[in-house]
Ligand binder design. Structure first.
Ligand SMILES: NC(=O)c1ccc[n+]([C@@H]2O[C@H](COP(=O)([O-])OP(=O)(O)OC[C@H]3O[C@@H](n4cnc5c(N)ncnc54)[C@H](OP(=O)(O)O)[C@@H]3O)[C@@H](O)[C@H]2O)c1
Length: 325
């Protein structure tokens, strides 16, 4: 099962701790704390390592990895994601071949663009930002991307290779989750891992990557019986649900590592909104050993892993070994 999660030495989880006063529990005046897994710092470190590897590739081989991010329509959230991705690509010294298409683009037009990008040797990675307008079948588009350039890791061939334990381009957010978990436990072997969520984008690939790391993996979902008890078994809990603060503190095994993938916008009292994860953070942080905040945990890792995937794709396409990052 080698080659799924790149061996990257990320040792930058800050020894920043939060202290929770537990005196509200009768008779207990101890303080408990969880280490904050600082995804922002870890992702910045990874982006820096990717930029160094790009520099070496350009200097030693004259190769500059290139990625095409394709945005169809004007979904405001997608526009922000694409802008952030393009900025990170430029900062890493890669070439960006971004395509911004109107919301009226037909499926046939998009398929033509994908075919052109597949054939372009300067383009090593292709990412089509989801969701797509309703006249376009996203499955068809993803299946049309050359699997060797599928830096989002959503192509059925990459999903199948991942499930078979073969080297594959793995989806970026799941890869980020596992890299964050490995900043807490260098080896995940033998850990009891529970993943809540079974989407093709997050839950299933996270579970496959954890299995490849030799964790003992349970995938929970909306039909799981007694979810709190299942979660309480977990040394490593990954929440990818899309339900604000659903996972409560008493679902967490004391000392467990908690990776919160959720991004949920909830109303604030002042009429504005704020972002929360799938885990009730304060509650969980008083029990967990380490926890990702939202925002600033998993989110920043997604773009860093996109750079990593593009770099790996470029090297593989040129017949070079996987880059040292
Ligand atoms: N940080 C990032 O970069 C990033 C990237 C992608 C996604 N996200 C966030 O991650 C979250 C999950 O995303 P997704 O795309 O995987 O969502 P999704 O496709 O909606 O999948 C949600 C999963 O959660 C399960 N679920 C829903 N309600 C549940 C409940 N009450 N109890 C147990 N399981 C339940 C569903 O189970 P069923 O299969 O049974 O319906 C499903 O498998 C969202 O908040 C999303 O915004 C973040």
């Amino acid at each position: 099962m080698a080659g799924l999660v790149p061996a990257i030495s990320l040792r930058y989880t800050r020894p920043h701790r939060i202290n929770r006063d537990c005196r509200d529990k009768p008779g207990d005046d101890s303080t408990m704390s969880a280490r904050i897994i600082d995804g922002k710092t870890i992702a910045a470190d990874l982006r820096g390592k990717a930029a160094d590897a790009v520099h070496r590739l350009r200097r030693d081989r004259g190769i500059v990895p290139g990625i095409a991010v394709v945005l169809v329509g004007d979904n405001p959230a997608s526009e922000v994601y694409v802008r952030n991705k393009s900025k990170a690509v430029a900062e890493a010294g890669m070439h960006a071949f971004d395509q911004k298409l109107s919301s009226a683009t037909s499926e046939a037009e998009l398929l033509n663009i994908i075919a052109r990008l597949n054939a372009d040797e300067e383009v090593n990675g292709i990412l089509v930002q989801l969701p797509l307008p309703k006249q376009i079948d996203a499955h068809k588009i993803i299946a049309a991307i050359d699997p060797a350039k599928d830096v989002d890791g959503f192509h059925p061939l990459n999903a199948g290779r991942l499930a078979s334990g073969l080297p594959a381009l793995a989806p970026c957010t799941p890869l980020g989750c596992v890299l964050l978990a490995k900043t807490v436990n260098e080896s995940l072997a033998g850990l009891e891992a529970v993943v809540i969520g079974r989407s093709n984008i997050v839950g299933k690939p996270v579970a496959q990557l954890l299995l490849a790391e030799n964790a003992t993996v349970t995938i929970a979902h909306s039909k799981t019986n007694d979810l709190p008890s299942v979660c309480r078994r977990a040394d490593l809990l990954v929440a990818a649900i899309g339900r604000p603060e659903m996972v409560r503190g008493d679902w967490i095994k004391p000392g467990a590592t908690v990776i919160d993938v959720g991004i949920n916008r909830v109303p604030r009292e002042d009429g504005k909104s704020r972002i929360v994860g799938d885990v009730a953070y304060d509650d969980a942080a008083s029990i967990a050993g380490a926890i990702t905040p939202v925002p600033g945990g998993v989110g920043p890792m997604t773009i860093a892993c996109l750079l990593l995937n593009t770099l790996r794709a470029a090297c593989a396409q040129k017949g070079l070994p996987a880059p040292k990052v």
